[in-house]
Structures are given as structure tokens and as C-alpha cells.
Design a protein around this ligand. Structure first.
Ligand SMILES: NC(=O)C1=CN([C@@H]2O[C@H](COP(=O)(O)OP(=O)(O)OC[C@H]3O[C@@H](n4cnc5c(N)ncnc54)[C@H](OP(=O)(O)O)[C@@H]3O)[C@@H](O)[C@H]2O)C=CC1
Ligand SMILES: N[C@@H](CC=O)C(=O)O
Length: 807
């Protein structure tokens, strides 16, 4: 024999009751079907009762709604005819009479409330019993005997078990019984409290020692986390009774915890099934459940609307009985304590309680500790609201080291502050308190780290979709699937902006249609707005990617890093800003456990900074750097000819994506000065921009005025450059714009090199860096290749991005 319990949603309508019938008829054994009231009906009854008792309103509209709900079900299931019509009418008339009585006396006692609260179950059990051919209805109120603690009556198991066993002694077939209701010894109706129908089912199952209890509901069972928050949450196949109890206690509303007790004592398995997807396996709850070895955590639960109440004072240290008095005071006023945390110094005790109970709890504590407060032994009662308790649950945690370490380091790295922690010695759960505003992020981070560790998610907020930014998106889009399949890295574009518009999408913006998304966005671009939105979205593993050349954007890095968001940037402004800012950014990133990466600041996608870091970190010392670091200038000097004048080469460099958005930054030597400054700093020398000597090869006057003026005026240099070029050609020399760093001094400037010089043959927009170090001394280390251009730069940014994920 089995007991099947169907909740309110499972019997909410005629259509759903048909599903119930199908499920019941598919059983190959005797079944007891326990039903709740039609979904929402119990709440309506309670609402009508409150309206009636208040004496200020009319309960009839609510009653009509209750009657209509049932009339509709009866009409659809029985064509509005048959004995069930009269039974339902009779029970609902009874409800009306009692509501009228409540209105007349203007009072609603718990006893009266219990008299009517279960009418929904009484009606629904008749409907279901009549609708399933061959089913008989039995009345649980006549089987379950309780005390007279109306609202949450306690079961007299001795009497109850006997009555149930007698009633089912020679039973076979299908029995339908109402959940939630019982009677006291005087024959008065009582109810079993919240989740009472689950409890009815468990009582029946335990009394008859059935083979299994099935709880049919509207979810697929216990999930690894709340699926409304974690889209990737999945059903947990098996749980132990204790794990199920813990998950339920911390907010998983799949089963009412006391339900578990009677069946747990008898070792009867509970299966949670979805009425609407009966083909799914659901969750099986039993004494010892299977847990994959690499998954010591079974699930994550959370409860919001929590307030943390902290009793604090040095007078509490070493004094016995403080905790006892605190908890007794709270128990006296019926306040349920959800989590307790006490430091070993005994200087404070914190309790997490429902936020609605704060006032009553605080005054009970003040009353209890009145004397200590007066004498200053208890200095204060601290109240912190807007909190949530989160718990990870799993029996196998106690056999596994490092869970807490992994948990709190993941949470910390994502900038989530843990306010209080509790872990019982049973190690069945670790629970902690966070701000509710951080709850979603907390759940995501923890779920990702314990359940989906094979997939790391990276949430990209991209500023700048010009030459480099748009190429980066193309590469990400192309590589997305491969990274997911082979590296388990899921890259999402969660925010994007140019100088005019910005757009955000938590689930990820389609990288092929991001331009349309941006054009259609109603959000005007703005740095403070972008950063605010990014912080508000509060997504774990977020990266801010700067593909602009803007100093305004780079001015926000510190704020971004401080929000535990990594920064990946192609923009050279920050790393070449004043030394203190450069150091600060590195320090903040380190402190916050996030990354600040700018490999593309020098040599685009070439591994110039990473190599330097490796050399320095492994104990080498940089003695000299000689380099060609401007793709634009090298391209210009390799392209200029009798047919292609200087002004044309500059335009070509811009068109081919080598130059800065404003090419004067390249031509003035500023871009190269920034690069050698960054390399000097990464080598460990605290240089400032003023320490770099820059020798310009273009008259200063060309850098004044607008960009349009520049394009117009630069043509005037063409003849002079052509003259010089001819001379150079005759001497078999080439122009190279060279950066040099040695003995803590750096300079950049134009050089004429002959064919013996290593820079002579440097083609196109290539860069070349020579590191002379203590180890690479006689023969310096050379790094050479494309030093500018959309695809190589985007690839460098992409590589930095991937580094953030630590895959
Ligand atoms: N090109 C290369 O080879 C290399 C470039 N870099 C660096 O990459 C960066 C980008 O260069 P590139 O792609 O060529 O530049 P582009 O001019 O092509 O693109 C710049 C992008 O930034 C956006 N933008 C500018 N200011 C802001 C702002 N305040 N807020 C939001 N968006 C803004 C622009 O928007 P809008 O279009 O609306 O103006 C545009 O989308 C530069 O810092 C450059 O130094 C680094 C290494 C190599
Ligand atoms: N404008 C730069 C691009 C790379 O940093 C260059 O030309 O080198």
C-alpha cells in the first residue's frame, strides 16, 4: 500500500483533478489519497473569517468566490449534477452559517476558525473520491485524534494509529481522505497547522507502515537551489531525511518539516513528485541517500526577511545562564530562532529571527536583561534588518575537509560580506547571514561553485565597441561554444556601451545582434550610470572591459575593482597615469581578489607584459629595454614612398585600425611614451610620465587645434618628409621610432637605422621588444610580431578575459 498526497495546486481545478485521477489509476496497488483544499481556498476561508470578525466588512464577496471555485469544478467534472453537488452545497452553507455567526458575535476564536478552516479539504476530498471510479472517501477527522491546541493541534498517536489501523484493516482499493483536519477527544474539529495535509499523509503512512509516501506537488522535487533565482538549479535525486529536513527548515517549501518525523521513525521512503510532470523521477527521501563523491553538498536554501538581533556587552563574558535567559525570553513570546551565532569570547550572541517578530523580541530581551542594561553589563541590543540566511546542506560534508574554506573564499572573492555564521557540530549544514541585496549573487556564486563547477561563468561588461571592442565581440561569439564545450567557460555579454547608449541583460546579450540591442536601448550612456547598473546587477564573476581610449572611463577603475569586479583594459591611460594611481589599482585588485589586466597596453596581443612579469617574478632583473612599440609609426615608416606621402600613410594607419582614435597620440610619441613607462613600471621602476624624454618628429603646432585641422595641416609636411625619405633611401637607412629604458631613464624618439640594426627589417605594423636582463644578457630576449590592429588587440583582450576566469 502507498499513501499519495496531492497539494492545493494539484487539485486547484477540474483539469488538475483529472490529472490526479490518472496518476491514482496508474498505481498497481492499494492507495490512500490525501488531498488539500482546491488551491487558494483555505486562504479565502481565512480571509472571509477575518472580514466577518472585523465587523467592518462583508464576507459574502469572498464566500461567493469560494462557492464559484467549487461550482466550476463540479460543473466541469460532474456536469453540475450528482450527490456531490448537494454535499458541496451543504458544506459551503455550513461555512456561510458560521461566518454569519462570527459576524454577529464579532469574534473569531481559534476553535471556531478550526471549525471552518478545513472545509476546503472536506469538499475537495468528496470531489476527488466521487471522480475516481471505485474510490471511497474516508474521513480523517474521525481517524486522527488530537489535543485541543486549535490551529496546530498535537496528535494522540496511540489513539490515532489504532483508529487508522482499524479503519484500514481489511481495506483494498482507493481511499480518498481530506488532509489538514482532525478532531479532539470531544469530537470538535482541530487542524494540524501549516502544511497539515503533508502531515496527515505522513500520519496515515506511518500508522499503516506503508511501502512509500508520495507527495505530489507542483515542482520536480527538491532542487539544488531556488529555480526562480538559479536557472541552472536541478532536481536532487536522493536526500536523507535529515537533509530534507534541513533544506525545508531553510526555506525549501517542498515539504513541511514535521511531516517527515512519523515516516522517518518508521523508515518509510518519501518521494516528491510533480503532478504536472509525472514522468520525472522527483526526489527520493530515505535513511541513507546516495551522494556523488565530488558533491558533498546536496542543496542550498535561503530565507529572506530576517533580522539579526545581537546582545552585546563585556559583562556577559564568563557569566553562566545568559544564553538560557535569552532563549527563554524569546520562547516566552513565541519567537522562533532561525540561526544562532556566538563568538567564543562570549562577548555577544546573535540570533536571526523573522523580521516581523523584532519588536516583540526586542522588548522581551530588554525586559529580561533590564538590570544588566542598567548596570552597563549589557551595552546594547543591536538590530540589523534586511538580511537573509543562506544554508548549504549535505550529510557528506562531515567527511570532507575544505568545504567551509571553499565556500567563504568564493563568497569573499565576489565581494559579499558575511554578517554571521553558524555550523552545528553535526556538520550537516553551514548557514550564514548576508544582506538580502546580496542574496541572488550569493546563491549564484555558491551554486556555481558547488554544483556547476564544471562550468565557470564570466559576465562581461564591455565599454567601447569600436575597432577593438567590436572585434572582441566577434571573437567571443565565434569561440563561445568551443570554450563552453572544451574549457567549461561560459562567456556572457551582460552589459555593453558606446559613447551614446548602453544596454544590459542579466541572461546575456546576443553577441551577433548587440548593435541593434544598443541602438534600441533607451538607456543613455554615462559612466556613473554604467557603473551603477553593473554594481546593482551584482552578478558574480563580473569583468569590466575597457575598449575605449577615454581617460574618463579609466578614472572609474578603482570604483569598479572596489566592487569586486575585475578590470581588463586595452586603454593605456590608467597604467600610465601617475604612479600612485597605477599602484593603487594593483593594490585594490589584490585586496579584493580580482584582476586588473592590461596586456594589450603594450604591443597589442603580443605577450610583452606577461613575459616581463614572468621574468621579474622568477627573480630576473631588467637591465635594458629597447623596442619599437608603435604599430602605427612602424607602418607609416614602412609604407611611405614616392607615391604614398606621409599624410596618406597616417590615414591608412587609421583605416587599418592601427592608430589611436586620435592618431596625434601616436604621432606625438605619447602612445610610445605610455608604453615604455608601463614596461619600466612592470620592471619594478617607479617612473612618472615626466621622467620619459619624448623627441617629437612632427612640429608641435600640428598638435594644437582640432582633429580636422590636423588632417588638413598635416599635408603640408608631405614634401619635407619626401625629401628626407629620399636621402634615407640613398643612405640605405630606415626610420624607426624607438623606445629605450636603461638605468632608470627612458626616452622615445625617431632613429635612423641601417641594415645592421635589429630594427631595420621590422615589417609593416610589427613591434619588437628586446629585453636585456641579468639572465638574458649577452643575447637579449626578443619578442616580435603584429603590434597593432583590431584582431590581434581583441585577441589580447580576450586572452586577458579568459585569465580572469582562472580556467
Ligand atoms: N587599435 C589597436 O591596435 C590597439 C588599440 N588599443 C587601445 O584600444 C582602445 C580602443 O581603440 P579603438 O577600438 O581603436 O578605438 P575606437 O575609436 O574604434 O572605439 C572606441 C570606442 O569607445 C567608445 N567610447 C569612447 N568614449 C566613451 C565613453 N566615455 N563611454 C563609453 N564609450 C566610449 C566609442 O563610442 P562611440 O563610437 O560612440 O564614440 C567607441 O565605441 C584604445 O584605448 C587603444 O589605445 C590597444 C592596443 C592596440
Ligand atoms: N596605436 C597603437 C595601437 C597599439 O597600442 C599603435 O599604433 O601601436
Amino acid at each position: 500500500m502507498k499513501v499519495l498526497k496531492f497539494g492545493g495546486t494539484s487539485v486547484a481545478s477540474a483539469e488538475n483533478i483529472r490529472r490526479v485521477k490518472e496518476i491514482v489509476q496508474k498505481q498497481n496497488e492499494d492507495v490512500i489519497v490525501v488531498v488539500s483544499a482546491l488551491g487558494g481556498v483555505t486562504d479565502l476561508i481565512l480571509q472571509a473569517a477575518r472580514v466577518a470578525a472585523s465587523g467592518t466588512g462583508d464576507f459574502h464577496p469572498v464566500l461567493s468566490e469560494i462557492k464559484n471555485r467549487h461550482a466550476q469544478a463540479v460543473a466541469e467534472l460532474f456536469n453540475g449534477a450528482g450527490p456531490v453537488v448537494y454535499i458541496a452545497e451543504e458544506l459551503l452553507d455550513e461555512l456561510e452559517q458560521i461566518l454569519t455567526g462570527i459576524t454577529l458575535v464579532g469574534e473569531l476564536t481559534p476553535k471556531t476558525l478550526d471549525r471552518i478552516a478545513g472545509i476546503g479539504e472536506r469538499v475537495s476530498s468528496h470531489l476527488v473520491a466521487q471522480f475516481i471510479p471505485g474510490a471511497v472517501r474516508k474521513d480523517s477527522a474521525e481517524l486522527i485524534q488530537t489535543d485541543s491546541y486549535f490551529g496546530k493541534a498535537r496528535v494522540d498517536f496511540e489513539v490515532t494509529n489504532q483508529k487508522i489501523r482499524d479503519a484500514f484493516a481489511s481495506f483494498s482499493g482507493i481511499a480518498v481522505i481530506p488532509g489538514f483536519i482532525a478532531k479532539n477527544v470531544k469530537g470538535e474539529f482541530t487542524t494540524l497547522g501549516r502544511g497539515g495535509s503533508d502531515y496527515t499523509a505522513a500520519i496515515m503512512a506511518a500508522a499503516l507502515n506503508v511501502e512509500a509516501l508520495e507527495i505530489w506537488t507542483d515542482v520536480d522535487g527538491f532542487m539544488t537551489a531556488d529555480p526562480r533565482v538559479i536557472s541552472k538549479a536541478y532536481t536532487i535525486p536522493e536526500l536523507t531525511y535529515s537533509e530534507a529536513m534541513e533544506l525545508s527548515h531553510f526555506g525549501a517549501k517542498v515539504i513541511y518539516p514535521p511531516t517527515i518525523l512519523p515516516v522517518y521513525q518508521e523508515g518509510i521512503p518519501i518521494r516528491i513528485k510533480n503532478t504536472f510532470k509525472p514522468e520525472n523521477e522527483g526526489t527520493l527521501i530515505l535513511s541513507s541517500a546516495q551522494t556523488p563523491k565530488d558533491r558533498p553538498i546536496k542543496g542550498i536554501s535561503s530565507i529572506s526577511g530576517i533580522t539579526l538581533l545581537t546582545l552585546q556587552g563585556i559583562g556577559m563574558v564568563g557569566v553562566t545562564g545568559i544564553s538560557m535567559r535569552l532563549f527563554t525570553a524569546l520562547a516566552r513570546v513565541n519567537v522562533n530562532v532561525i540561526l544562532i551565532s556566538q563568538a567564543s569570547s562570549e562577548n555577544s550572541i546573535s540570533v536571526a529571527i523573522d523580521e516581523h517578530a523584532v519588536e516583540v523580541a526586542e522588548s522581551a530581551i530588554r525586559e529580561e536583561f533590564e538590570k544588566e542594561i542598567e548596570m552597563g553589563q549589557v551595552s546594547k541590543i543591536d538590530i540589523e534588518s534586511g538580511l537573509s540566511v543562506v544554508a548549504i546542506v549535505g550529510e557528506n560534508m562531515k567527511h570532507t575537509t575544505g568545504i567551509a574554506g571553499k565556500l567563504f573564499s568564493t563568497i569573499g572573492k565576489n565581494g559579499i560580506n558575511v554578517i554571521a555564521i553558524a555550523q552545528g557540530a553535526s556538520e550537516l549544514n553551514i548557514s550564514w547571514v548576508v544582506k538580502t541585496s546580496e542574496l541572488r549573487k550569493t546563491l549564484n556564486v555558491v551554486h556555481e561553485s558547488f554544483f556547476l563547477s564544471e562550468n565557470v561563468e564570466l559576465n562581461v561588461f564591455l565599454m567601447g565597441i569600436g575597432t577593438v571592442g567590436s572585434n572582441l565581440l566577434q571573437q567571443m561569439q565565434k569561440q563561445q561554444k568551443k570554450l563552453l564545450d572544451e574549457k567549461h567557460l561560459k562567456i556572457k555579454l551582460t552589459g555593453v556601451a558606446n559613447s551614446r547608449k548602453m544596454a544590459f541583460l542579466r541572461e546575456g546579450i546576443d553577441m551577433t545582434t548587440f548593435r541593434e540591442k544598443l541602438e534600441n536601448s533607451e538607456q543613455k550612456s554615462g559612466l556613473p550610470g554604467f557603473i551603477h547598473e553593473m554594481k546593482e546587477m551584482n552578478i558574480y564573476n563580473s569583468v569590466f572591459v575597457d575598449c575605449t581610449a577615454s581617460d574618463e572611463v579609466s578614472g572609474y577603475y578603482k570604483e569598479v575593482l572596489n566592487a569586486n569586479i575585475s578590470v581588463v583594459t586595452a586603454n593605456k591611460v590608467a597604467a600610465s597615469s601617475d604612479y600612485k594611481n597605477y599602484l593603487d589599482l594593483k593594490d585594490v585588485a589584490k585586496q579584493k581578489g580580482v584582476k586588473f589586466l592590461f596586456e594589450t597596453n603594450v604591443g597589442a596581443g603580443l605577450p610583452i607584459i606577461n613575459t616581463l612579469n614572468d621574468l621579474v617574478n622568477s627573480g630576473d632583473r631588467i637591465l635594458k629595454i629597447e623596442a619599437v612599440l608603435s604599430g602605427t609609426l612602424n607602418f607609416i615608416f614602412n609604407t611611405i614612398s614616392a607615391k604614398v606621402p606621409l599624410s596618406k600613410t597616417i590615414l591608412m594607419a587609421k583605416e587599418q585600425g592601427y592608430s589611436e582614435p586620435d592618431p596625434r597620440v601616436d604621432l606625438s610619441g605619447l602612445d610610445v611614451a605610455r608604453k615604455i613607462l608601463i614596461l619600466a613600471r612592470e620592471s619594478g621602476y617607479p617612473l612618472e610620465m615626466d621622467d620619459i624624454s619624448v623627441k617629437r618628429f612632427i612640429p608641435d603646432a600640428l598638435f594644437d587645434g582640432s582633429l580636422d585641422d590636423f588632417w588638413e595641416n598635416v599635408k603640408a609636411l608631405d614634401n619635407e618628409f619626401e625629401e628626407n625619405r629620399k636621402r634615407l633611401e640613398a643612405e640605405n637607412k630606415k626610420w624607426r621610432f624607438v623606445a629605450r629604458f636603461e638605468e632608470e631613464k627612458a626616452q622615445v624618439g625617431l632613429q635612423e637605422v641601417d641594415s645592421r640594426h635589429p630594427f631595420y627589417d621590422l615589417e609593416g605594423s610589427n613591434n619588437l621588444v628586446m629585453y636585456t636582463t641579468e639572465r638574458y644578457n649577452e643575447f637579449p630576449m626578443l619578442i616580435k610580431g603584429y603590434g597593432a590592429g583590431a584582431s590581434v588587440t581583441a585577441a589580447g583582450v580576450f586572452a586577458d578575459l579568459i585569465k580572469v576566469s582562472n580556467i
